[in-house]
Structures are given as C-alpha cells and as structure tokens.
Design a protein around this ligand. Structure first.
Ligand code: PLP
Length: 351
C-alpha cells in the first residue's frame, strides 16, 4: 500500500457514526445557512484560539479577504507578506486593489500578514514590535496552524484578526471548503460578520458593499465532531515528529526545528540540496512526498508586474528549491512511520 501524505477517507471512517449523525441532524433541522452548528463552531474555535469572536466564512482565502476588507484595505495600500506561502496570502491583497510587498517596509505600508507556515507560529514578538513602531496592523495567516502555540499563546490571538482554513487536508479539515476569522476586537469581528453577509447585519439593510461568504452549516456540523479530537490529532503529529527527530539520521537531509515546542506539524518539511533525488527515492518505496511551495510568489507570472527578479529574495528562493514534505498525518501507522524513517535514512544521492 502506498503511503499517502493525507488520507481523508481514513479519517472519516474513524469517526463515521458521529459524522453521519451530525450531517443528518442538519438535514433534519433545515437551518442550512448560518444555523446552530456554525454558531456553535464559532464559539468553540474562538475559544481554541484564545479569541472572543469567531466568524465562519466560506474558505481560508475568504477569511483573509474579509479581514483585509474589514481593515479597509484598498487601492494604493501596500501590505507586507512573505513570498514563501500558498498563493492566497498575497492574492487577497490584490483582490482588494492593494499591492503585496514581499518583506520590505515602505511609506504606503498599512499592515503585515505573517504566515504560520507548516503549523509553526511565526516569531510574533518581532512582528508585533515592527507593527507597533510603524503603526501597522497584523493579520495572521493561521490557515495551517489551528491549535499551534507560541509561549503559551494560541495562533490567531496575536494579530488584529486571525485566519483559519478548514480545507480537507488541513489539521482540522471539512469535507469541502470552509474557513474562519477569529478576533479579540469586537468592532472588527462585527465588520467581518457583516462583510460575509453582503454588508448586512441580518436584514435587508446594507451599509457597505459586502460578500457572500459563509461557512456551510453541514461542514460546521462535521467540524464540530472533529474539533474535540484536534488535540489528539495534533498530539499524534507531535509524537511522529519526535520519532522522526530521534530516528532520522542522514547528512544530506536537514530536519525542521521546533524551538518553542508549539508546532502542530501541518507539514513535516525537510531541506535537501538533492531534493529531486530524495523525492524519487521515496517514490520507489511508494512513499508520497510533495513540495510546498515550488515557486515563491514574487517570481510567479501573476506578480511579474511588481518587478522582482530571481535573486531579489534569496532565502525564500533557496527554500523553494530545497524543501520536501514527507507524510506526518495523524492516520499514519507505526509500520508506515518505520518505512518512512528507513527510506530517508537509506537515501544516498551519490549511490
Ligand atoms: C490553505 C491555505 C490558505 C487558503 O485556505 P483555503 O481554505 O484553501 O482558501 C491560505 N494560506 C495558507 C498558508 C494556506 O495553507
């Protein structure tokens, strides 16, 4: 049997009875848009993130987009972010008419979007110091980091707004698209709540242009079955990471670090100069691996007009050339983990 990066069906089968019952509850109660399951999940995820409010939206991308809209980002505004991330982080800035600036500060900068890549909270105290000094806001891209912590503080609780994705392969995954914005700022939370509902507080009065971006009630019901298991899922990932750290020895491979211990290991991402050969060697053992992400955003065709060139952001470019993620999902069996460890240890680019 090939070892996959994620096996969404295996996870469903483990919780099948409860999930089927939750879906049927929604079918029977009939409040299909913003019903009790969405409201319940909003409370529960906000609590997980140490935040007062949660607003369920259609996806992680929309969580970011509506957060930018709530902060009033528009044409002419520049937002600083990283080029070493999924496309959404920058795409949403452009969708608002703004310009992503890949890790630099200019007079037009209004805010920063740090990304908790692979499930590890970014060095938020440094971002907070920069934000304070230059009067910028912070939106956390916590799409990969639900449940992660830094110095005891949960991902999503550092910025003005935190953005979570429930894409099926994330640590807390739905059976389709879904996302949430969390915040401790009641005013901003209220703005996001209106923005997801055409700019309305609920009736047919509209005080601003909004979106139709709501978390689906059926997905919320599924997620409420899985959320109590999240600590267990993340714990399983942590144990696997610890096992890899204790048993993988290969001079050609660098393992990811977790200096503060709050990582939730959405991905376990190796660095290897001969990454292509390593991927091929793993494939020979029927072990799936994947590159997150092969091209930094500043070198994508979509951002050609911003004028970045190869060499503009060398660290991000080098990372894109060297990273390779190996399986770490909570569904891996001990035997599969043993096979992965053996395959990485056996890798010899010269042999
Ligand atoms: C998954 C992801 C998103 C987007 O989430 P969707 O739910 O797929 O829209 C944004 N940023 C990062 C870092 C992600 O991993």
């Amino acid at each position: 049997m090939p070892i996959r990066l994620v096996d969404t069906v295996r996870q469903y089968q483990e919780l099948k009875e409860e999930i089927d019952a939750a879906i049927h509850r929604v079918l029977e109660h009939g409040r299909y848009i913003l019903g009790p399951e969405v409201a319940g999940l909003e409370r529960e995820v906000a609590e997980e993130c140490g935040c007062a409010s949660g607003i369920g939206v259609a996806s992680g991308t929309d969580a970011l987009l509506l957060s930018l809209a709530a902060l009033g980002v528009g044409p002419g505004d520049e937002v600083i972010t990283t080029p070493f991330t999924f496309v959404s982080t920058a795409e949403v800035i452009s969708l608002r008419g703004g310009t992503p600036v890949f890790a630099d500060i200019t007079p037009r900068t209004v805010g920063i979007i740090p990304v908790h890549l692979y499930g590890q909270v970014a060095e938020m105290e440094q971002f907070q110091a920069i934000a304070e000094k230059h009067h910028l806001w912070i939106i956390e891209d916590a799409a990969q980091a639900l449940g992660a912590k830094r110095d005891g503080h949960p991902a999503g609780s550092f910025g003005a707004l935190g953005c979570i994705s429930f894409f099926p392969t994330k640590n807390l995954g739905a059976f389709g698209d879904g996302g949430m914005v969390v915040s401790n700022d009641a005013g901003l939370a209220d703005r996001v709540r209106r923005l997801r509902y055409h700019g309305s507080a609920g009736g047919y009065d509209y005080d601003q242009i909004g979106y139709n971006s709501r978390l689906d009630e059926i997905q919320a019901a599924v997620l409420r079955v899985k959320l109590p298991e999240l600590a267990k899922f993340n714990g399983a990932r942590r144990r696997t990471a610890a096992l890899y750290h204790s048993r993988v020895y290969n001079p050609h491979v660098t393992l990811p670090a977790d200096p503060t211990g709050g990582h939730v290991w959405h991905q376990f991402t190796l660095r290897c100069k001969q990454r292509g050969l390593l991927a091929a060697a793993l494939k020979e053992h029927e072990i799936e691996s994947k590159i997150y992400y092969p091209t930094p955003l500043h070198l994508q065709k979509t951002y050609e007009h911003l004028g970045y060139k190869p060499g503009s952001l060398p660290e991000a470019e080098r990372a894109c050339e060297e990273v390779l993620s190996i399986p770490i999902s909570q569904e891996l069996t001990d035997e599969e983990k043993g096979q992965i460890i053996a395959a990485v240890n056996d890798f010899d680019p010269g042999g």
